[in-house]
Design a protein around this ligand. Structure first.
Ligand code: NAD
Length: 491
């Protein structure tokens, strides 16, 4: 269902040293994709405000890091209670500013809370191994925070993507600077307030809305030790190159063009629901959405099921809006172009009607393009909307060969009842996350999230078990207390 818009406009300012302060740079209105209504304003900080914010973050981090992880985790546990208490209200807000349905907004927040639960489990891990390596000499690992870390997040999951990293980075003793999307800054205000209420000391979380200029000032600042980024490949590359040129640790997750392989032996119900929901969920505005369907052999009966389910969705009730008018126009022109290039429109989202009273919003219905040519615009470009491009292929080898041409490598799924075929796809697909009969193969904690190729720049992961190495350093300590009779190179 459509979420309720905020009753009054929300002012998303900068959280600096624990205080909400209006940014001295630009003031940007935030409009709901549902109907274009102005629902808030975000203010961008000046360079001087960024300087003040980072100095305060640095001081706060030193005190925060002195607390044992079990004490830091108490704040996060309280944060979880507050999020669950206010989940409906926050979900309405994030849906209203991102265009999702209320249910999608809530599901994203719940997934973010799962990551928070993972972060709460870190306190019980034995991360600091110790061993007597020779008589009287011990070696020990000690995990230490990095200091002040930066994370830059996209519009499409205003709470979930930030929640991938906030709890983990903070639990490990870092101070966290959050640069939310300029398109959806209002949710950051609400999430930050929940952390303040939970008792997070001032300065451990800093929120600085804004665009490219703010990002550049932050990346370049010597106080920032590590940079996480989630967004388009174009900007991921910019952020990665800028940060690593300065010798900083950067992990930048980029865009996607996920291929699903449909084999004739697939369960028709499972594939019908899985594939339809994958390309229509969040109106296709998620990096794990099905985008290309590699239809192997005689699968027309399966395609009918996918189409029937997608065609039954109504805008507003089952599917949300597109983030901006420009993006809606881009999607419409991509469908026009595919048609000109020979694709057959099986389901035409251009004809869908906006929910009552929402004509000034950004709406497009589920669209299925059949007989899309490999290498064409609809095949290779990340469209980021509810559009499924079907490419007909003769066998699994041809499907895998086409998938392998993709510049991106976030997700790939196969629908089949054959274990051998599924096994082959899990081995040969050029993707960081592979699904078997799963349309959106998002790994759940403690498994890490992340793609390969142009879907991720940098090594390691920013979520899950492998993210501990990204958000902390491991110091190695060798200790000896007494003189040994045999002196070695370690003496
Ligand atoms: P975007 O790249 O436009 O913006 C992401 C962030 O970068 C925002 O905070 C934005 O304010 C900032 N930004 C924009 N231009 C910048 C510039 N020139 N320099 C520095 N910072 C800049 O992405 P978006 O439109 O918000 O999100 C959609 C994209 O994110 C899609 O490509 C989607 O696939 C991708 N995404 C990827 C993942 C993943 O895990 N791989 C997850 C979610 C979204």
């Amino acid at each position: 269902m459509i979420a309720t818009l905020p009753k009054s406009q929300i002012q998303a300012n900068c959280l600096i040293a624990g205080e909400w302060i209006q940014g001295e740079e630009s003031q940007t209105p935030v409009h709901s994709p549902y109907n274009g209504a102005k629902i808030g304003v975000a203010s961008e900080p000046s360079a001087a405000q960024i300087e003040t914010a980072l100095k305060a973050a640095s001081l706060a981090q030193k005190e925060w890091a002195k607390l044992p992880i079990k004490e830091r985790s108490k704040v996060l546990f309280q944060f979880r209670n507050i999020l669950l208490r206010d989940i409906d209200e926050i979900s309405h807000l994030k849906a209203a500013e991102s265009g999702k349905t209320f249910e999608e907004g809530k599901a994203g927040l719940l997934k973010g809370i799962e990551v928070l639960e993972f972060a709460l489990s870190i306190q019980n891990l034995d991360l600091n191994g110790k061993l007597e390596v020779s008589r009287g000499v011990s070696c020990e690992y000690r995990r230490e925070p990095l200091g002040v870390v930066l994370n830059i997040t996209p519009f499409n999951f205003p709470a979930m993507v930030p929640m991938w990293t906030i709890p983990i980075a903070i639990a490990l003793g870092n101070a966290y600077v959050w640069k939310p999307s300029d398109k959806t800054p209002l949710t950051s205000f609400r999430i930050a307030n929940a952390l303040i209420e939970a008792g997070l000391p001032a300065g451990v979380l800093t929120v600085l809305p804004g665009g490219a200029k703010t990002v550049e000032l932050l990346i370049d600042h010597p106080i920032i030790q590590a940079i996480g980024f989630v967004g388009s490949t174009k900007v991921a590359r910019i952020v990665y190159e800028r940060g690593t040129r300065l010798g900083k640790r950067v992990l930048a997750l980029g865009g996607a063009k996920n291929h699903i392989i449909l084999l004739p032996d697939a369960n028709p119900e499972l594939s019908g629901i899985g594939i339809s929901d994958s390309f229509t969920g969040c109106a296709g505005q998620r990096c794990m959405a099905a985008s290309v369907l590699l239809a192997v052999g005689a699968v027309d009966a399966h395609l009918e099921k996918i189409k029937a389910r997608a065609a039954s969705l109504t805008l507003g009730n089952d599917m949300g809006a597109i983030i901006s008018k420009a993006q809606e126009d881009f999607l419409r022109s991509a469908i026009d172009q595919a048609e000109k290039e020979g694709a057959k429109v099986l389901l035409d989202g251009r004809k869908a009607t906006a929910p009552a009273g929402m004509n000034s919003g950004n709406w497009i219905g589920p669209t299925i393009l059949d007989h899309v040519k490999p290498g064409s615009h609809a095949h290779v470009t990340e469209l980021f909307g509810p559009i499924l491009s079907i490419i007909r292929v003769k066998d699994l080898s041809e499907a895998l060969a086409i998938q392998a041409t993709s510049a991106y490598g976030n997700a790939c799924s196969v629908f089949t009842s054959s274990g051998a075929m599924a096994d082959r796809v899990t081995r040969e697909a050029k993707a960081g996350m592979v699904g078997v009969n799963v349309g959106v193969p998002v790994p759940r904690e403690p498994f890490s999230f992340g793609g390969v190729r142009a879907s991720k720049f940098g090594h390691g992961d920013i979520t899950g078990a492998h993210s501990l190495d990204f958000w902390s350093d491991v110091k190695k300590i060798t200790t000896k207390w007494e003189m040994q009779s045999d002196s070695t190179w370690m003496s």
